[in-house]
Design a protein around this ligand. Structure first.
Ligand code: PLP
Length: 461
């Protein structure tokens, strides 16, 4: 990518970068103005889950825009709102039956944090307001969601503005923050990553804690790390014991990405709130929200006159909701979950083979089509120097070769460690997976050569 200040009026994500201009997309591919084809191997930001250019979704949105593009949900509602809510509630775990829409995942988590607070306050527990999150988790970029999240690099700039929420370590057996061994934890049935939640609740005071928020499988910050099998069962038990609501952030994992409709299903636990985003509209429109347990709804009816003191102009926007409805129809009709499991297993095997071939790949992990690679400078897992930005480099090489991935860093402690998310559209075909792996292999090898030649192939030791 070309660098340098550009003579235009766009406030670019990186003001010094020149980005390829995409004119259109078809299936798993994006096409630039210059005619370059890019394989979308990360579904944008794990959002474009059905790929690009689907006429059926575009028509559903256009038809809704022609009928009623906007109504304010304080005064009016639309038939599509009922249809989509009903469908989501049908897909959701037992007891989660009411759907609240927002435009993005940050707003969804913001809404969940506020709902938890109001629910407790109106139930006569006015002190409950602290949210416990986890280091190296991401819940969004608004102040509330950023405060709950644990991405040090994103938080740091705004630390003075953040709310006084607290955090425990994320589970990560490969690099256990408690220096424990998975086998030992399992045999003792004692996982420090979950017991630390109880310790923190007791320290803050259970009377002050409103909710615990966690991604069932940690996406952008850890590169698809799956917790120990019993982690969420323990978390649920602890939350119940101290009257703390459990918010499962499924903004990235929800609607089939991991091979289940919701990733929390892997752990046989029912959260109080599930937040969702991205996959619900497969990126065709800004749409996200939360699914709320009957228990909380009953509380609002009994104690809050049925009103959640919150709301956005674009909550339940008819055009976005119509997109969501068309997307869920396609997920069902095309049996997308089955494809995710099949292609996910296929891709996982290919990545494991790649790891055998390229020693710098330290780990391959994930579920369904949310897979992650972790990179390290040696077999012991020593991280690369932070400013090497190895996965950014690999991704830039991949873009030159015609594919785009989702790089990340801070895997080990928020600063050190590098990972790459591989998350192609959920309807990917085998030949596309093969092409993805081919470009990835080449990109990694070229990057290694390049950094070796430049003499800064070195670890952070
Ligand atoms: C787990 C998770 N939660 C929340 C968000 C924030 O969503 P949005 O960017 O739509 O506000 C993201 C975005 O990547 C996410 O991955």
């Amino acid at each position: 990518m070309e660098r340098g200040m550009r003579d235009d009026h766009v406030f670019h994500r990186d003001l010094s970068k020149k980005y390829p201009l995409i004119t259109h997309g078809k299936g798993s591919y994006l096409y630039s103005e210059e005619g370059t084809r890019y394989l979308d191997a990360c579904s944008g930001a794990v959002a474009a889950n059905l790929g690009h250019g689907i006429e059926e979704i575009a028509s559903a949105m256009a038809n809704q825009a022609k009928r009623a593009a906007f109504v304010h949900t304080l005064r009016f509602e639309t038939p599509v709102l009922y249809k989509l809510s009903e469908k989501i509630a049908r897909f959701a775990p037992d007891g989660l039956n009411k759907v609240y829409f927002t435009s993005g995942g940050s707003e969804a988590n913001e809404s969940a944090i506020k709902l938890a607070r109001q629910f407790h306050r109106d139930a006569g527990k006015p002190e409950k307001h602290v949210v416990i999150g986890r280091w190296q988790s991401y819940h969004g970029n608004t102040f509330g969601s950023l405060s709950a999240g644990g991405d040090i690099k994103r938080r740091q700039v705004y630390t003075p503005n953040l709310l006084h929420f607290t955090h425990i370590h994320s589970p990560n057996c490969l690099r256990c923050p408690f220096q424990r061994d998975k086998g030992d934890c399992d045999s003792r049935q004692d996982w420090s990553c979950s017991t630390s939640l109880e310790q923190l609740i007791l320290e803050v005071g259970p009377q002050n804690v409103s909710a615990f928020i966690a991604e069932p499988i940690t996406g952008s910050q850890l590169g698809s790390v799956v917790p120990p099998d019993n982690y969420f069962k323990e978390v649920r038990r602890i939350c119940d014991q101290y009257d703390v609501l459990l918010i499962a952030d499924e903004v990235m994992t929800g609607f089939g990405r991991t091979g289940k409709t919701f990733a929390i299903e892997y752990f046989d636990v029912i959260p109080d709130i599930i937040t969702f985003g991205k996959g619900i509209s497969a990126g065709y429109a800004p749409l996200a929200g939360m699914i709320v347990h009957d228990r909380l709804i009953k509380g609002l009816i009994q104690n809050s006159k049925g009103k959640f003191v919150h709301g956005y102009t674009y909550s339940g926007h008819p055009v976005s909701v119509a997109a969501g409805l068309a997307v869920l129809d396609i997920y069902e009709r095309e049996k997308i979950l089955e494809n995710v499991v099949e292609k996910g297993n296929y891709l996982l095997q290919k990545l494991i083979e790649l790891k055998r071939e390229i020693p710098l790949i330290f780990d391959v992990r994930g579920k369904g089509l949310l897979l992650g690679l972790e990179f390290a400078a040696d077999a012991e897992g020593t991280p690369f120097k932070q400013d090497l930005q190895i996965t950014e480099r690999i991704n830039e090489k991949a873009i030159e070769l015609g594919a785009v991935f989702y790089p990340g860093s801070g895997t080990i402690n928020g600063y050190l460690g590098d990972h790459l998310i591989v998350s192609p559209p959920l309807n990917s075909k085998t030949n596309e997976i093969d092409e993805l792996v081919h470009i990835l292999r080449k990109s990694i090898k070229l990057t290694i050569e390049e950094i070796r030649e430049a003499g800064f192939y070195d670890s952070a030791k």
